[in-house]
Ligand binder design. Structure first.
Ligand code: ADP
Ligand code: ADP
Length: 222
């Protein structure tokens, strides 16, 4: 099925002689265009789940299907290609490259996937305009407010026209008013593009604005 699926995914971290079963046989499907909140206490493993769902980290067992394509048996090169072509990621901290301007931060991922500089530049300018930063394109991250930095991070996540957006507490680092605005922007964009989205948040009010909530605790969806 299209969208994003986890099929019997498990992940255990070993810390000395202790084993931490962060994901314990987790399965779920997110339909194309569905917007799902991931809620769970701190340390529950939300970041780990998003990294695994986003093909940034490998599970010990199970499969991640992106738009119906299984990733379990892909070699590293093909898994990376699948991730770059289908998944956008927004982190709690913007993770923008500090030496580059906003527009360059949105251009770079496109050049990595092979677009010409001219095409990448046009798309980056369009995306930054969409997120309300038409007059901030040449600013470096340190010259932008926290909300603006996250807007750039959102534009960057959409740079390669993904079909799936994963976000890890994307507004967790912002004051409540800014968080609300950035979250609205993110939801509007996700809906207008028809993206499939899984967004971890601590904020139950924000979670209510999504289509469905996944509660994650003790390594399980509950
Ligand atoms: P959340 O995002 O819900 O706060 P995380 O996914 O960050 O949870 O972490 C879940 C648990 O896994 C935590 O106890 C954390 O310390 C542990 N953990 C995360 N990454 C690693 C790692 N690379 N090695 C060992 N333990 C880890
Ligand atoms: P906030 O009130 O959201 O914390 P700031 O006070 O950090 O925002 O910034 C206010 C505005 O000034 C922002 O729009 C930002 O783009 C701009 N700005 C902040 N620092 C610089 C800088 N060093 N150079 C250029 N513009 C800046």
């Amino acid at each position: 099925m299209k969208g994003l699926s986890l099929a019997s995914v498990s992940k255990t971290y070993r810390q000395g002689s202790n084993e931490l079963h962060v994901l314990n046989d987790v399965s779920f499907d997110i339909k194309p265009g569905e917007l799902v909140a991931l809620i769970g206490p701190s340390g529950a493993g939300k970041s780990t789940m998003l990294h695994i769902a986003g093909l940034l980290e490998k599970p010990d067992s199970g499969d991640i299907l992106v738009n119906g394509e299984s990733s379990a048996h892909l070699n590293d090169k093909r898994r990376t290609a699948l991730r770059r072509n289908t998944i956008g990621f927004v982190y709690q901290y913007h993770h923008l490259l500090p030496e580059f301007s906003a527009v360059e931060n949105v251009i770079l991922p496109q050049m990595i996937t092979g677009l010409s500089r001219k095409e990448a530049q046009e798309r980056a300018a369009d995306l930054l305009t969409t997120v309300g930063l038409a007059d901030r394109m040449l600013h470096r991250p340190a010259e932008l407010s926290g909300g603006e930095q996250q807007r750039v991070a959102i534009a960057r996540a959409l740079a390669n026209a993904p079909s799936v957006l994963l976000a890890d507490e994307p507004t967790g680092n912002l004051d409540p008013e800014t968080a609300n605005k950035v979250f609205d922007l993110l939801l509007n964009l996700v809906r207008s593009v028809g993206l499939t989205a899984l967004i971890a948040t601590h904020n139950h009010e924000l979670a209510k604005r999504m289509d469905r909530v996944l509660h994650f605790e003790g390594g399980k969806i509950c």
